[in-house]
Design a protein around this ligand. Sequence first.
Ligand code: NAD
Ligand code: UDP
Length: 314
Amino acid sequence: MEAERVLVTGGGGFLGSHLIDRLLDAGHEVLCVDNFFTGSRANVRHVLNHPRFELMRHDVTFPLYVEVDRIYNLACPASPIHYQRDPVQTIKTSVLGAINMLGLAKRLHIPILQASTSEVYGDPEVHPQTEEYWGKVNPIGIRSCYDEGKRAAETLFFDYHRQNGLDVKVIRIFNTYGPRMDMNDGRVVSNFIVQALRGEPITIYGDGNQTRSFCYVDDLIDGMIRLMGTEPGFTGPVNVGNPVEFTMKELAEAVIRLTGSASTIEYRPLPQDDPRQRKPDISLAGEKLGWEPHVPLEDGLKPTIDYFRSLVEA
Ligand code: NAD
Ligand code: UDP
């Protein structure tokens, strides 16, 4: 592929920083835009001096005037603790951020990809979730700032596509994990690993029978780049995630085994609107992107545990 100048919003975050590595490796120039609400310079420290990398501190709720060839819009806090800390800012980031980035894509006539989420399915009544399913989302709960913000962003992407002929791509990301997740963002994989490494009790919310399907970051980024590479008429939405489903109890047991920890399990109340089960149907990603995940949970947990061990022991 021809080298391009690529804008990654939220590039200082977990997924954004891995995407940037892959884009730089492929020979592209990268403009990373981030307000560091949840991300950090540490995630991109290793590329700060790269000749094809540029970092701009900017909040996507404000317009952005730059010249680029394509946009990956990832800016948005992703973990419940972070997105519930300032819910108004969360929904503004999704909605105003989408409007600003779509406006930029429209002016430049360039493709734009939206990092959407399995949360658009809410607490699903359909299992596994296909892209046709419209979801069961509480519009007024504590997760709504994120779920409804992401749903409104999808609406905006499709309206810009219909109204302005914009080349949009919407990826619905299911739970993803790997090195550079924020240690304090409260997500289950980082919580369990850090608790295990510190010998603290592993906190399972509810009875631990709720399920999630965990995708290793390298697989996810591969799917995202493949979606961006599809022909202009293909918009998605496309589910990208690992369809192998685990209960939180099984995850806790795997983490204890792989870390060799003596941690015990402690049960805590289930947060409001916590989805009971989640698993992607990835047939569309297989058909349109030729994509499927390759990294089983144990193989992905190992480098993730090594990453957190380096932080915990630092
Ligand atoms: P993250 O919190 O690590 O990264 C998000 C980045 O966006 C951070 O660097 C943050 O500082 C930045 N940001 C937040 N608000 C901003 C604003 N107003 N202006 C500019 N930058 C802003 O989260 P992540 O896990 O890397 O998620 C990246 C994207 O993928 C998010 O849009 C998220 O909703 C989506 N997603 C992630 C997952 C997952 O499992 N990690 C699942 C579904 C969807
Ligand atoms: N969870 C848990 N213990 C923790 C953190 C999370 O049992 O210390 C549960 C949480 O209630 C949910 C699942 O793990 O059922 C996944 O939570 P996470 O916040 O990682 O992602 P999401 O709910 O957004 O899928």
